[in-house]
Write a protein that binds this ligand. Sequence first.
Ligand SMILES: CCCCCCCCCCCCC/C=C/[C@@H](O)[C@H](COP(=O)(O)O)NC(=O)CCCCC
Ligand SMILES: Nc1ncnc2c1ncn2[C@@H]1O[C@H](COP(=O)(O)OP(=O)(O)O)[C@@H](O)[C@H]1O
Ligand SMILES: [Ca+2]
Length: 587
Amino acid sequence: METEVRLESSLWVGIKRYRAVLSGWHFNWTEVDKKNRDKKTISVPVAEVVGVEEGRVEILPQKSVEDTDKDFTVFYVKRISSGSSCGLLWRLGRIQFSCPSRVLRDQWTKHLRTALKTHSPLRPNRLLVFINPFGGKKKGRKIYHSLVAPLFELAGISSHVVVTERANQARDHLLKKDLTGFDGVVCVGGDGMFSEILHGLIGRTQQEAGLSENDPTVALQPCPLHIGIIPAGSTDCVCYATVGVIDAVTSALHIIIGDSQPLDVCSVHQASALMRYSVSLLGYGFYGDVLAESEKHRWMGPLRYDYSGTMVYLSNRSYAGIVQYLPADPLLSSPRDRTRCLSGCSVCSRSTERLFRHSSESGSLYSSHFSQFSSDSEGEWVSVEGRFRCVSLTCMSSSCPKSPLGLSPSAHLADGTGDLILVWDTHPLGFLKFLYRHTSTEDQFDLPFVEVHRVKAVRFSLPSGKEEEVYKETGGLREGIDEEERGYIETVSRNGSQQHLAERDTGQEMTNEQKMATPFLCGLCCSKAPAKSVWNCDGEILSSTEILCRIHGQLVRLYARGIEDGAAMHNCGKENDNCQMGCTLNK
Ligand SMILES: CCCCCCCCCCCCC/C=C/[C@@H](O)[C@H](COP(=O)(O)O)NC(=O)CCCCC
Ligand SMILES: Nc1ncnc2c1ncn2[C@@H]1O[C@H](COP(=O)(O)OP(=O)(O)O)[C@@H](O)[C@H]1O
Ligand SMILES: [Ca+2]
C-alpha cells in the first residue's frame, strides 16, 4: 500500500517565515510571527496545484526564470468572485518559497509533484486543440495564444493546434485521423464549435465500438477522451452552464488540473437516421426562427441573436405540432423543485450509479437506457397537441450570459434526463413576459401557458392534414376563436387514450396595455406566417421537422466540475476579505 506523502518545514517568503505542510489532499502555509504565533493560513488542495518549478519563476507578463538553488515556485488555482456571473473566476496564484538548503528544496519539489499526480490522475499530458478563427468576435486565435498556451506550457502539457479553415474540419479530423496519445480535445470557439467536437468524438467512439448511430435504440458507448472548452463564441452556453463563467483562463485551469464533468447528450433521429446530437438547446418555433433569421446576419457577430430575437418576437408566430414525451421518474427530481445543479451535485452523483447499474452484469454500458425503448415502455408516453410559441428540449440548465439561470434553471448536467419546455400559443405580451423572465430570477415556468416536464425521450410530429385545416394559420391567434378568449384547443393523449380538452384556460385577462399593443404587433406579421418552423439544434438548423430525441446519460466528459457555489467555498464561514483558513477565495 502506498503511504501518504507528508512533509512539514519552515520556509521563507521574502523576510516572512512560514510553516508549510503537505499532508494528504492539502498543501498549506501559515505565516508565523516573531513570537511563534500563527497568522494567516492559505490552504490549497493538492489537486489544484498547477505546477511546481525550481527557482524563482514568473510567467506574466512573460516567462522569466531565476535559477536559484534554494528556491521553488508553486503555481496554484486562486478563486476570485466574478461579479455578475454565477460561478467563480479562477486565476493563477503564485508563491515563491526559499528553503534553508538545496536538499530541502528538492524534497519539497519532489513531494509536491508526486502528490499532485496522485490526487489529480486525469491531468492531460497531450491535447488536440481546434481553434475556430471566426467564432464570436473572431478572437479565438488571440485568446488561445495569449492566455491559454502559456498556462499549458507551464503545466507541461504539449498541444497539437489546428486553426480550422472550414466548418466541420474539426469533426472530420476526429472521425478520421489518428488520435493515439491524446488525452483530450479542446475547442476554442462557441457552442457550434463544441458541437463539432461532440459529433466527432461520439461518432468515432461508436465506429470503434461497432455501433450504429442511426439506430435510435442503441446503447451508445461513452467517449474516452475529455473535451475542454475555451470560450470564444457568441452564446457560449455549454461553457457557462458547466463552469459558471465565460473566461478563458478559468477554463484553461480546469483543463490543466484534469477536472471531469460528465454531460448528458440528446440524440436526434428522423426515422432510422441520426440527424444530430444536442446538449444545450433543441428548439422549435421561436428559437428555430431566431437561428434561421440570425444566419442572414452573421456579420453582426454575437449581436445577431439580439437583432433576430427582436424581429422574430415581433413576427408573433406560433406553430401547430404534436409532442410526445417519455417522462423521467418524478421521485428522483423535478424541473420545478427550485434546486440547482452545482459542483458535486448529489442528483447527478446518484444518477451515475443508476445509469451504469447493469454495466458490470451485462458487460454493456447503458443497458438500462436500452430498456426504456422496449415495447413495455410505449404505454408511458404522454402526447399533447396544439399550437406552440416554442417547444424546447435541453439536457442541462443552458444558462448563458443572456440568461444567467438558463432555459431550465433546475435541470441537471448529468442525470440522464432532459427538460421539455412547452410554451403554448399566447398573447404577444404573455410571451414577452416568458422571455423576459429568462433574464431575471423570476420563475419562467410560473405562467399559465407554460409547461415543463423532465423527460427521457421526446417525439415531435406535425398534425395530420385534417387537424391542420382546423388550425389554419392566422399569425398568432387562431381563426374561429374569439380574440378575447385567447384560448386554444388541445388534444391530449395519455397512455394511448385520447382526451379532448376544449379551451385551455390561460388564466390571463387582457390588460388595456395589451389591447393597445395588439394591432401594432399583429400588423407586422399576420399575412404570411409559415406553417412550419425549423429546429435549432445547438445553433444548427435541422433539415427535418419530425424527429425522435433521446437522452443518453453521461455520454461525454468535459474538463470542468460544474458551477461552484461562491458562498459554499468559504469553509471558514467568513466573508471574502476576512477569510483566512482553508480557503483560497480572495476578492
Ligand atoms: C426580452 C429579453 C429576451 C431574452 C431571451 C433570453 C433567452 C435566452 C436563452 C438562451 C439559451 C441558449 C441556449 C444555447 C444555444 C446555442 O447552442 C446556440 C448556438 O450558439 P453559438 O454557437 O454560440 O452561436 N445559440 C442560440 O441558438 C441563440 C439563441 C438566442 C435566443 C435569443
Ligand atoms: N474556419 C471556419 N470557417 C467557417 N466556419 C467555421 C470554421 N471553423 C468552424 N466553423 C463553424 O462555425 C460555426 C460557428 O462557430 P462557433 O465557434 O460556435 O461560433 P459562434 O458562437 O459565433 O456561432 C460552427 O458551426 C463551426 O462548425
Ligand atoms: Ca440532464
